[in-house]
Design a binder for this molecule. Structure first.
Ligand code: HEM
Length: 193
């Protein structure tokens, strides 16, 4: 009887461990935007009117200077750029439902980003290693500019790809990042907008 009880307990312990691990792995794979990265993005959209941006197109890409007089917004922007580059460097996705971002992520390895702090923000020197990557990088610069111009309205839009044959993954789905996170709850928490 005792041996049978121990066997049963060991069995349920192992079962519990396996399901916890599977859950852990599943969550890691489909990881939505971490709360601190999403908080920075929300700060940028909620304060988009306080952000100025100058983009100079170059032969190989672009140079963008994005600034604000509000130190909170400057901090959010600097963190945002670091968080996003770390996310893409690690092979994770952003806005897979937005064709311009899916294409950008697909070409990310051919795009070089040089990050410089300015007094009131960031300057990014972005260069493409291939003619396609140059176009895709310049397209991304335009999307960021639109986010700053139109705020949350631009957040909810999809954006056209730069290249005729989108290299976007066929898995691109219509549900946006927040829907994945909590059924759209996070974007509902937009300072009453
Ligand atoms: C008002 C909203 C936003 C602002 C002001 C903003 C600002 C910026 C800036 C200044 C850069 C550096 C590159 C450049 O200057 O062109 C950048 C890069 C980037 N942003 Fe945003 N962004 C916003 C929203 C978003 C959103 C919603 C996402 C996706 C969920 C996103 C993902 C990225 C990625 C992936 C990069 C490239 C990072 C890198 O490797 O350097 N951004 N953003």
């Amino acid at each position: 009887m005792k041996a049978r009880m121990t066997k049963l307990m060991r069995g349920s312990l192992v079962a519990g461990l396996v399901s916890a691990m599977t859950l852990g792995v599943a969550q890691l794979g489909a990881q939505g935007m971490p709360p601190e990265a999403r908080a920075n993005i929300h700060t940028l959209f909620n304060n988009h009117e306080k952000i100025t941006r100058k983009v100079e197109k170059t032969e190989k890409g672009y140079v963008a200077t994005t600034e604000s007089d509000d130190p909170k917004v400057v901090a959010a922007m600097r963190d945002h750029v670091k968080q996003m580059s770390a996310r893409l460097e690690s092979g994770m996705m952003v806005r897979r439902w937005d064709p311009a971002f899916a294409e950008y992520v697909a070409h990310y390895k051919d795009i070089k980003h040089k990050f410089t702090k300015t007094k009131k923000g960031v300057q990014m020197t972005v260069t493409g290693k291939t003619p396609e990557a140059v176009k895709v990088a310049q397209n991304h610069a335009a999307v960021v500019s639109e986010f700053i111009k139109d705020g949350w309205k631009a957040h909810d839009r999809t954006h056209p790809v730069a290249l005729t044959q989108p290299a976007a993954s066929s898995a691109a789905s219509s549900s946006n990042c927040c829907a994945k996170a909590a059924a759209g709850a996070c974007c509902a928490q937009r300072g009453g907008k």
